[in-house]
Design a protein around this ligand. Structure first.
Ligand code: GLY
Length: 254
């Protein structure tokens, strides 16, 4: 079960955030409203939420999930894979030191964004993408093994991050879409398939027996609810315009 979450309020500079989405510019006022709603939903799921101040220097810094991998045993500060985001990790160590005594750090030539890392119990699947390389993933696996956990690699061809297309919902249930549906690594899971036309909904988040899903994806909602989950829809349209999803907007702590 998760106890806490860390989020960061988006800055107005989000308008110049990285994107491939071709959905137009985000509306900043709407994004603030959606972010506040996201926090409320996390609180509804029983989490105490720490809200970091907006940081205009980093347009993508509201996507706080990427800056650290949080496990039950340690936190691993990542090394973001794109120059405009590389400074986002600077202040996270201070924040995490309130909750972790074991804090590790990925170093060059490694790059890793934690959006590429999916936790399944004490095992972690790490996507090799444009933002995460084998050196970075290798360092993460070494840290995981140091604390009695494990990790394996999953090669990505098209997705921005591993969790763009896959989410673990506990009880062996895995939501997946696109190229991730057929990955050998995932064939022992009970796969909940998300159709291509609703692929954005594959970035959903299990939080204490509830599943947060983006608003506006009815088939995905039925698929997840039919597997026995209580779902909560959250509107994140303005973050989608920056390729960001529900998981990207928080770091979740045990
Ligand atoms: N806009 C989020 C990212 O590309 O990292």
């Amino acid at each position: 079960m998760f106890k806490r979450a860390i989020v960061r309020t988006p800055g107005e500079s989000m308008l110049s955030g990285l994107t491939t989405a071709k959905l137009g510019l985000p509306n900043y006022e709407k994004a603030l409203v959606q972010h506040a709603e996201y926090i409320k939903v996390l609180e509804e799921c029983g989490l105490k939420v720490s809200i970091l101040e907006k940081n205009e220097q980093y347009p993508d810094s509201t996507f706080v999930e990427d800056v650290a991998l949080l496990t039950k045993e340690c936190a691993i500060i990542t090394k973001l894979g794109t120059p405009s985001r590389s400074g986002e990790t600077v202040e996270i160590k201070n924040e995490l030191s309130d909750y972790y005594t074991n804090i590790e750090k990925v170093r060059e030539p490694g790059i890793v964004e934690a959006g590429d890392i999916m936790m399944v119990g004490s095992h972690f699947y790490i996507g090799i993408s444009a933002r995460t390389n084998e050196s970075g993933a290798g360092q993460v696996i070494e840290y995981l093994e140091k604390y009695g956990m494990s990790g394996t690699l999953v090669k990505l061809d098209k997705m921005l991050h591993l969790k763009t297309g896959v989410a673990y919902l506990e009880q062996n249930n895995l939501v997946a879409t696109g190229e991730l549906l057929t990955k050998e690594e995932f064939q022992n899971f009970n796969i909940l398939k998300i159709d291509d036309d609703e692929s954005y909904a594959a970035n959903c988040v299990w939080v204490n027996d509830r599943v947060l899903i983006p608003k506006g994806y009815p088939k995905a909602r039925v698929t997840i609810a039919s597997a026995g989950y209580s779902t909560i829809e959250v509107e994140v349209s303005e973050f989608r315009k920056l390729d960001g999803g529900l998981s990207c907007l928080s770091l979740r702590l045990f």
